[in-house]
Design a protein around this ligand. Structure first.
Ligand code: ADP
Length: 451
C-alpha cells in the first residue's frame, strides 16, 4: 500500500480523499491556491503545499506546479478527485511517466471515453445500446440531412470533444439543421480545438440513470448498481438517489450488465460511471462514461456498503477486489442533496463569509463538506459547498429523513439553495418518483410564475 498520496483537488472531495487516506494509514498531501490558505483541505492534510494564485488555470490546473509539489513531498500516488484534471489523459500520462501512481483508469481508457465518437464506436463493438443516429462523425450538411431524416426529428447535434453540457444543439426540423450543424462545428472547433460533430435522435422525456462500476488491475469488473440523476438544471445535478425509483429488477439487471460491458470494453481500472438515458418504455441508451469518481458517489456507498474512495486507492496500489458481483447487495435507499452557495431560484453564485454553520446529524445522515463557521467561500471555484446524504430502509422513509436533515441545516451569511431542496423534497411528483430530466426546470419555471 502507498505511504503518501497527493490530492490534486480542493473542497469537499479533497477532504473526502484525505479522510480515506487517514483511515487507511496513508499520509496525505494537500495542494492549495493562494485563495485556499484557510480551506479545510489545506488544514486537514498531513502536509500542504501552495501551488499558485487563485485562478484554477494557475493552480489546480497547473500541471508543472502540481508535479513539483508531488516530487517535493515524495508522494507515491496522485488522486485527482473530480473536475480539474481528473479526466485529463495527458496529466495521467505525465504522472505515470514521473514514476508516480495514478489513482484512476489508464490514459487509453480516458482518451477513448473522452471522445464521444470513439466512445460510441467502442460501445457499439461491446454491444452496449446507443442512441439512434449517425455511425460516427458527420462531416457535411448533406450527410447530416440524411442521418437526421432517418433518425427522425428532433435530433441533437453534438461535439465529439464536448463536455459539461456544452457543445450540443437540439434541432426540431430540417429547416433549422444546416445553421445548427455549422454553428456546432464552429463552436466545437473554437472551444475544444476539435470540430468533429455527430448526430443523435433527441429523446424527449428521458431519465438520466447511471451505473457505477469498479475494476481492478487483475481483470475483475463489478457494478455497484445504478443512480437516478434526472433532477438537473442546466446539466447540473441537484439531487441524486440510489436506487432509481423507476427501475424494475429485470431492467436493473440489463442496465447494470450494459455498464459492466462498457467498462470491460476499455479494460477499466478504478471507479467509473456509465451514463444512460432511459425512455418512459424503459429502453435505454449509452451517452457517455465518466472516468473518475463522481460527486454523487456517497449514495452508492450507502446502499452497497462499499467505500469507493478506499477501493480507488486499493486497486491503484494493485490490490484485487476482495468481493465478487454476487456479494454486492442493494440495501435500502439513499438520497443526496447538493447544497450550493447560490441564489436558489436565479442560480447566481453567492460567495461570501459563512457567519454560522450548523450541520445536520442524527441517525443515517452524512455530511460531506469543507466549510466551517468563519470560512470565506472564494469566488473562483465551484459553488457546491456541502452534500447532505441520508439513508433509510425505504425511499419514503429516506425522503422524510432528508426533510428533517435539510430543516436542521443552518448556514448564515451566504445565500444557499436550501429552500429549493425543502420544496423539492415536498413535491408530490418527486415523492412519487414521477419525473424526467426536464422536470426540475419546468417546476422552477412554474414556481417563478406563482412567486
Ligand atoms: P456532456 O458530456 O456535455 O455531459 P452528454 O452526452 O452526457 O454531454 O449529455 C448531457 C445531457 O444532455 C444529458 O444528460 C441529457 O440531458 C442531454 N442529452 C444528451 N444527449 C441527448 C439525447 N440524445 N436526447 C436527449 N437529451 C440528450
Amino acid at each position: 500500500m502507498f505511504h503518501k498520496i497527493l490530492v490534486a483537488n480542493r473542497g469537499e472531495i479533497a477532504v473526502r480523499i484525505i479522510r480515506a487516506c487517514r483511515e487507511l494509514g496513508i499520509r496525505s498531501v494537500a495542494i492549495y491556491s493562494e485563495a485556499d490558505r484557510d480551506a479545510m483541505h489545506t488544514r486537514l492534510a498531513d502536509e500542504a503545499i501552495c501551488i499558485g494564485p487563485a485562478p484554477s488555470s494557475q493552480s489546480y490546473l497547473n500541471i508543472p506546479s502540481i508535479m513539483a509539489a508531488a516530487e517535493l513531498t515524495d508522494a507515491e500516488a496522485i488522486h485527482p478527485g473530480f473536475g480539474f484534471l481528473a479526466e485529463n489523459a495527458d496529466f495521467a500520462e505525465i504522472v505515470m511517466a514521473s514514476g508516480i501512481n495514478w489513482i484512476g483508469p489508464s490514459p487509453q481508457a480516458m482518451r477513448i471515453m473522452g471522445d464521444k465518437v470513439k466512445a460510441k464506436q467502442a460501445m457499439k463493438e461491446a454491444g452496449v445500446p446507443l442512441v439512434p443516429g449517425s455511425n460516427g462523425a458527420v462531416s457535411s450538411i448533406d450527410e447530416a440531412k440524411i442521418v437526421a431524416r432517418e433518425a427522425g426529428y428532433p435530433v441533437i447535434v453534438k461535439a465529439s470533444a464536448g463536455g459539461g453540457g456544452r457543445g450540443m444543439k437540439v434541432v426540431h426540423s430540417e429547416a433549422a439543421l444546416a445553421s445548427a450543424f455549422s454553428m456546432c462545428q464552429r463552436e466545437a472547433g473554437a472551444a475544444f480545438g476539435d470540430d468533429t460533430v455527430f448526430i443523435e435522435k433527441f429523446l424527449e422525456l428521458p431519465r438520466h440513470i447511471e451505473v457505477q462500476v469498479l475494476g481492478d488491475k487483475h481483470g475483475n469488473i463489478v457494478h455497484l448498481f445504478e443512480r437516478e440523476c434526472s433532477l438537473q438544471r442546466n446539466n447540473q445535478k441537484i439531487l441524486e438517489e440510489a436506487p432509481s425509483p423507476f427501475l424494475d429488477g429485470e431492467t436493473r439487471e440489463r442496465i447494470c450488465a450494459a455498464g459492466v460491458a462498457a467498462a470491460r470494453a476499455v479494460d477499466y481500472v478504478g471507479a467509473g460511471t456509465i451514463e444512460f438515458l432511459m425512455n418512459p418504455d424503459k429502453s435505454f441508451y449509452f451517452i457517455e462514461m465518466n472516468t473518475r469518481i463522481q460527486v454523487e458517489h456517497p449514495v452508492t456507498e450507502w446502499v452497497t456498503g462499499i467505500d469507493l474512495i478506499e477501493w480507488q486507492i486499493r486497486v491503484a496500489a494493485g490490490e484485487p477486489l476482495d468481493f465478487k458481483q454476487e456479494d454486492i447487495a442493494l440495501n435500502g435507499h439513499a438520497i443526496e442533496c447538493r447544497i450550493n452557495a447560490e441564489d436558489p431560484f436565479r442560480f447566481i453564485p453567492c460567495p461570501g463569509t459563512i457567519e454560522l454553520y450548523h450541520a445536520p446529524g442524527g441517525r443515517s445522515v452524512r455530511v460531506d463538506s469543507a466549510i466551517y463557521t468563519g470560512y470565506t467561500i472564494p469566488p473562483h471555484y465551484d459553488s457546491m459547498i456541502a452534500k447532505i446524504i441520508g439513508h433509510a430502509r425505504t425511499r419514503e422513509k429516506c425522503i422524510r429523513r432528508m426533510q428533517r436533515a435539510i430543516d436542521e441545516l443552518a448556514i448564515l451569511g451566504v445565500t444557499t439553495n436550501q429552500e429549493l431542496h425543502r420544496r423539492l423534497l415536498a413535491n408530490p411528483a418527486f415523492q412519487q418518483g414521477d419525473f424526467n430530466i426536464h422536470f426540475l426546470e419546468g417546476w422552477l419555471r412554474q414556481l417563478e410564475h406563482h412567486g
